[in-house]
Design a protein around this ligand. Structure first.
Ligand SMILES: Nc1nc2c(ncn2[C@@H]2O[C@H](COP(=O)(O)OP(=O)(O)OP(=O)(O)O)[C@@H](O)[C@H]2O)c(=O)[nH]1
Length: 308
């Protein structure tokens, strides 16, 4: 483990360091409470455990632990276990330290075996926490990623769009949204089977991600329907971008075994205005898409918010 010690008495600090190093840990030191807080704020991600003396100049152990826990917001990824060391056997001191956010309290002089046992328990706690954070990250990725194409799913796309709308509002920047839909996809499924259809969906997503302009965001928002968010882009430039995407998706055939599948896509495009909420914005793009389908497919249709 990487351990940070905060102890003002040089001899105690040195003994503790030697003992922890003997147990195989990497140790850094600070010599008072204020230094601990300042140093830890900058290096919180580097440590697995803090060992903090209760009585230190400038800031007591309790004050320092309080500030560290407040800084971490309780449950963030850089949370580390904290052991407080103290000469006091008073129950109220123990309570005060645990209430402030410490996880264990050891009475000085430290018994080496007791310290080793506590370290073992703290390591277990830290490992469990790391596993929980990793699992949460995996669950978060699963819940926001489309299983077939690996693009953001509808939920994630809408969340990204919401964020971009807020930015567009705040910085008074243009933002456009498009919906891309494969034409006659049912026929592709009917001809090549569902598996063939899936291959097309995956390859189309790959092309989008590979050649997308920096900042553009895609998501799979339906079976054969993809959302496109174009931040910092006005309608005129969004139209150019959509035409480029349309060609990108249609000029080369899609390979399924030794078969070559040609397809076209229709795209509905609209611009965000502050009167539009997110649902309406996607509806506008959908309405434009519907028009593209009605007027012959294989095209981009623009829908202004006023001419719906
Ligand atoms: N292979 C595959 N097909 C899907 C998936 N999700 C939806 N589909 C199919 O997509 C097809 C969509 O068909 P329609 O909504 O009739 O539209 P279309 O045939 O593309 O016709 P237009 O949109 O009017 O050009 C249906 O056959 C769905 O079964 C998927 O994950 N994989």
């Amino acid at each position: 483990m990487k351990i940070l010690i905060a102890e003002d008495a040089p001899s105690d600090r040195m003994l503790l360091r030697l003992h922890l190093e003997k147990l195989g840990h990497q140790v850094s030191e600070v010599s008072d409470g204020a230094e601990l807080v300042e140093y830890f704020f900058e290096h919180s991600a580097e440590y697995d455990l803090l060992v903090v003396d209760l009585n230190m100049p400038n800031k007591t152990g309790v004050e320092a632990v309080n500030q560290i826990r407040a800084f971490q917001g309780g449950y963030d990824a850089n949370w580390v276990p904290i052991i407080i060391l103290s000469g006091s056997e008073s129950d109220s001191d123990i309570l005060r330290c645990i209430e402030a956010g410490a996880d264990a309290y050891l009475i000085k002089p430290i018994q080496h075996k007791v310290l080793a046992a506590k370290l073992m328990a703290m390591t277990r706690l830290a490992d469990m926490r790391k596993r929980l954070i990793a699992m949460n990250a995996r669950l978060e990725a699963l819940s926001t990623t489309d299983y077939l194409t690996n693009l953001p799913n509808r939920r994630a796309f809408e969340k990204n769009l919401q964020d971009e709308m807020a930015k567009s509002d705040r910085y008074e920047q243009s933002l456009c949204v498009a919906v891309i839909d494969i034409d006659h996809f049912k026929q592709i499924n009917d001809t090549y089977g569902h598996e063939g259809g899936d291959v097309v969906l995956k390859e189309l997503s790959r092309r989008l991600e590979k050649d997308k302009r920096a900042g553009d965001q895609f998501g799979r928002i339906g079976g054969e329907e993809f959302g496109l968010c174009l931040p910092y882009t006005d309608l005129e430039n969004a139209l150019i971008a959509c035409e480029r995407y349309r060609q990108l998706l249609t000029q080369e055939p899609y390979l399924y075994g030794d078969r070559r599948i040609n397809l076209t896509v229709s795209i509905g495009l609209c611009e965000f205005t502050s009167e539009n909420n997110q649902l309406e914005l996607i509806k506008q793009a959908d309405a434009a898409l519907y028009k593209a389908k009605r007027t012959g497919r294989d095209r981009v249709v623009v829908m202004g918010v006023d001419n719906n």
